[in-house]
Design a protein around this ligand. Structure first.
Ligand code: DOR
Ligand code: ZN
Ligand code: ZN
Length: 415
């Protein structure tokens, strides 16, 4: 598709687009029907962490945000690192999820052989935490990463931060400022640019040797973008495919916002400098970033108290990701076709969801209807995530999501 807006009549049958016919145009276009958003990075917290969130609540928030497919991460309790845990999670998703879903399988130091035996169609990919975050899952052995990359055709998604650098930084700042916590401003200095850079460099070196399908989650720094760009332009083994993801929080906020929002925007990897954010935004346009996702990671407000050491890392975002990107479009940062490429087409292609990501005859009727002339006030009362707060509270977005359909069935209708 060319991403252009057209006046059309769409017929849907059995959840599939049967025909698309031109109709008399209304200018300016009254409402926009866009492909449903595919968010390849969410933490819906089930099983085991349902005080924070659950599949029902978060998938409703996703539907309200125009998201029709989500891919869930394995750092739950029990962690999705065994066939049994995967089966348990799938049963919960089948029962409670309002949108379409895929599940990531978590890699640990000793489950790779078993992980490789999981039938391809049961998972959307493997998740490797090269640096530990919420849940403490960790696997930073590059030989094992190479083994995994060279033995699967599935996406291998990495959380890329270097554990040793983070630990050393933490110890360093605690020596200077002894105590049991550090101010939030220390967060991007502990979870530093160097920590991201080193882990991403090692992963890229592994990838350049063996190929495979490497996906770098939530890129946050200009230096990582430079490395990714270079690798993409270089000579790679056959069947090597590298993609990079940026998350809406890192695209919208910068370190300047810690002053106002404090630990609410504490996430791993940390939100970095304004210069990094500018580089990320350029990366959306020049093709270095392939996918925009959320890393929707709800925590309760009382867990977000404290500073760089004590506050939980992560924030909810799945209900507002499309609105945030449309707002960035209004600011002239990217275009509507860019948004559709980054949030629909590219994730569909990356995860081989051939029925999704565009509005075309024969494809699934996964749509979101947007009113470009109405506004959305982010008020606490309209937040659907179970944690009940948003870093965008009191923001006013200049679009409104009216209806979301999954395979022709409305899963969200704005009143
Ligand atoms: O900030 C984060 N929160 N980063 C992660 O890697 C995990 C996530 C969570 O699950 O809370
Ligand atoms: Zn992560
Ligand atoms: Zn995550």
């Amino acid at each position: 598709m060319d991403g252009a807006l057209r006046a059309v009549d769409i017929k849907v049958k059995d959840g599939v687009i049967l025909s698309i016919r031109p109709t008399a145009a209304v200018t300016p276009a009254k409402l926009w029907l866009l492909p449903g958003v595919i968010d390849d990075h969410v933490h819906f917290r089930e099983p085991g962490l349902t005080d924070k969130a659950d599949i029902e609540s978060e998938s409703r928030a996703a539907a309200a945000g125009g998201v029709t497919t989500v891919m869930d991460m394995p750092n739950v309790v029990p962690a999705t690192t065994t066939p049994n845990a995967l089966a348990e999670k799938r049963a919960l998703y089948d029962k409670h999820c309002h949108v379409r879903y895929g599940l990531f399988y978590g890699i640990t130091d000793d489950n790779i052989e078993e992980a490789l035996r999981i039938p391809e169609e049961e998972i959307c990919g493997y998740k490797v935490f090269l640096g530990s975050s919420t849940g403490g899952m960790l696997m930073n052995d590059m030989e094992k990463l190479k083994y995994l990359l060279s033995h699967t055709r599935k996406v291998v998604a990495i959380h890329s931060e270097d554990e040793d650098i983070i630990r050393r930084n933490r110890e360093h700042f605690l020596r200077i400022h002894p105590g049991d916590d550090l101010g939030i401003m220390f967060h991007p200095m502990i979870r530093s640019t160097q920590a991201c850079q080193k882990a991403t460099m090692r992963a890229l070196q592994a990838f350049e040797m063996v190929g495979g399908n490497l996906h770098i989650c939530h890129v946050t720094t200009a230096t990582e973008l430079d490395m990714i760009r270079r690798v993409k332009q270089g000579k790679l083994p056959n069947n090597a495919h590298l993609t990079a993801e940026a998350c809406v929080g890192h695209l919208w906020f910068s370190a300047d916002d810690y002053k106002i929002l404090g630990s609410l925007i504490k996430v791993n990897p940390a939100i970095k400098s304004l210069a990094d954010r500018t580089a990320l935004r350029h990366g959306l346009i020049d093709g270095t970033i392939d996918i925009v996702a959320t890393d929707h990671a709800p925590h309760l407000l009382n867990e977000k108290k404290g500073g760089a050491l004590k506050a939980a890392s992560g924030m909810p975002s799945v209900q507002y990701s499309l609105l945030v990107m449309l707002e960035m479009m209004n600011h002239g940062i990217l275009t509507l076709p860019d948004i559709i490429r980054l949030m629909c087409e590219n994730p569909a292609r990356r995860y081989k969801l051939w029925d999704r990501g565009a509005i075309r005859e024969g494809m699934s009727a996964d749509f979101v209807l947007v009113d470009p002339h109405a506004k959305t006030d982010v008020e606490r009362s309209s937040i659907l995530s179970k944690c009940g707060w948003s870093p965008w509270e009191d923001e006013m977005f200049h679009h409104k999501i009216l209806t979301t359909w999954v395979q022709g069935v409305p899963v969200w209708q704005n009143s």
